[in-house]
Design a protein around this ligand. Structure first.
Ligand code: GDP
Ligand code: MG
Length: 219
């Protein structure tokens, strides 16, 4: 006897339902939320830290950290004295909407303006799971080389915003920015590209201005 069980479909369907619920909870409280994806080491955590550093006087932040193991990234947010929830997937390569729903249930969301969710670092699985946040961000860095858009198109298509990070290292690399930009336009014309350095702060204001406009648009 051969029996095929289509787990994939029901998993995705269940996730969609939960993502909708998360979105409703966050929208009801007028919270602007971001799902930050990208390779390990692309600079997701530093990007979120820098954003909070820039705007902590203006908005109340919360962070949900998704990692396979440990609390290394979550601890980096202690200095801000904000709610931080660590989710350990124990091997899972992405967060899902249920994990985020549990995460936000641990936060006093009435007191929050902006929520960052740092997804598990990789360019494949996170792109298949809507986690209920408002905007998807992929952080790509120039040290990863400029073939990533063509090699992992799904995550770039899935993302509303592409942060091209580590531009301070441009002088030491052969990164072809024009090619990256053209590939992104071809693969995902709607995705907004912002190049910056989370380390030196170079061009960071462009992202901050964009975020402020998004937040204003919600009110
Ligand atoms: N030079 C440079 N280094 C960066 C930049 N952003 C992050 N890094 C460094 O890259 C490494 C990985 O950053 P991290 O934020 O932990 O990446 P994550 O794994 O994507 O969360 C750390 O050593 C950061 O200090 C940047 O814009 N320029
Ligand atoms: Mg990180």
């Amino acid at each position: 006897m051969l029996k095929v069980i289509r787990i994939e479909k029901s998993l995705f369907e269940e996730n969609e339902k939960l993502a909708k619920e998360v979105r409703e909870i966050l929208n009801e409280k007028n919270i602007l939320s971001f799902n930050v994806m990208g390779s390990p080491g692309s600079g997701k955590t530093l990007f979120i830290e820098k954003t909070i550093e820039n705007l902590k006087e203006k908005f109340n932040f919360a962070v949900i950290e998704g990692d396979v193991e440990g609390v290394i990234d979550a601890e980096k947010f202690k200095k801000f004295n904000i709610p931080v929830i660590q989710i350990n997937t124990g091997g899972g390569c992405h967060l899902d909407a249920n994990m985020v729903k549990i995460g936000i249930s641990e936060i006093k969301i009435d007191e929050i303006d902006i929520l960052f969710v740092e997804n598990v670092g990789n360019l494949i699985c996170p792109a298949e799971f809507d986690i209920g946040t408002e905007k998807n961000i992929v952080v790509s860095s120039i040290t990863e080389g400029n073939d990533k858009v063509l090699k992992y198109p799904l995550i770039f298509k899935f993302s509303d915003i592409c942060i091209l990070n580590k531009v301070d290292l441009l002088p030491y690399s052969e990164f072809d920015f024009e090619k990256f930009e053209n590939d992104l336009k071809k693969i995902s014309p709607e995705t907004i590209l912002i190049k910056l350095s989370s380390k030196t702060g170079e061009n960071f204001f462009e992202w901050i201005e964009y975020l402020r406009r998004l937040k204003k648009g919600k009110k």
